[in-house]
Design a protein. Structure first.
Length: 151
C-alpha cells in the first residue's frame, strides 16, 4: 500500500507533531498563532500508533524560542519539534521540560508577590512519576501542571 501525506509538505519552518488531539487548540492559543501571519496548517485527529489520535501544527518560516517550547512542553510533554529546511527534516527533538521556568505561568496565590509587584514569575518543576507539579519560587504554592495558568 502506498503511503500518502495527509498534510502538504513544508518548505521551511517548524512542525510540532504528536500533540494529543484534545490539546491541539490549547497549543494554538498559548502560542498566539491566531494572530500569526505565517502560513499555518493545523491537522487534528490523525491516526497515531503512539498516542491513538494526534494533532500537528506546521508553520512556515518560523522557529520557536525556548520559552515557547517550554509552554508547549507544559501542555503536550510528548510532542516533538521538527525543523524543516528545503523540504527536509534537518532536526528532530523531543520537548524537555526544564527544572525551572520563568515568565510562563501565573501564580495561583493572589497574595504572591508576582501578582502584586513587577516581579518575574519563577516556578520549579517537581516530577513525581507521571505527575508534574509546579512550585512557585516565591510563595512556594504548588499547582498541578494541568491546572497551571499559562500566560
Amino acid at each position: 500500500m502506498e503511503k500518502k501525506l495527509k498534510v502538504a509538505a513544508l518548505c521551511n519552518g517548524t512542525v510540532i507533531d504528536h500533540i494529543p488531539s484534545d490539546k491541539l487548540f490549547k497549543v494554538v492559543s498559548i502560542l498566539h498563532l491566531e494572530s500569526c501571519l505565517n502560513q499555518i496548517t493545523l491537522a487534528n485527529n490523525l491516526e497515531s500508533a503512539k498516542i491513538g489520535s494526534k494533532g500537528l501544527i506546521k508553520i512556515s518560516d518560523r522557529a520557536f524560542a525556548e520559552n515557547e517550547t517550554n509552554k508547549i512542553a507544559l501542555i503536550a510533554p510528548n510532542a516533538k519539534i521538527n525543523i524543516i529546511r528545503n523540504f527536509q527534516v534537518v532536526e528532530k527533538r523531543p520537548l524537555i521540560l526544564p527544572n525551572e521556568i520563568r515568565e510562563i505561568v501565573q501564580c495561583t496565590n493572589l497574595k504572591c508577590i508576582t501578582n502584586n509587584q513587577p516581579v518575574t514569575t519563577r516556578f520549579h518543576i517537581i516530577k513525581n512519576g507521571d505527575e508534574i507539579m509546579l512550585k512557585c519560587h516565591y510563595c512556594e504554592r504548588e499547582v498541578r501542571r494541568e491546572d497551571a495558568k499559562i500566560k
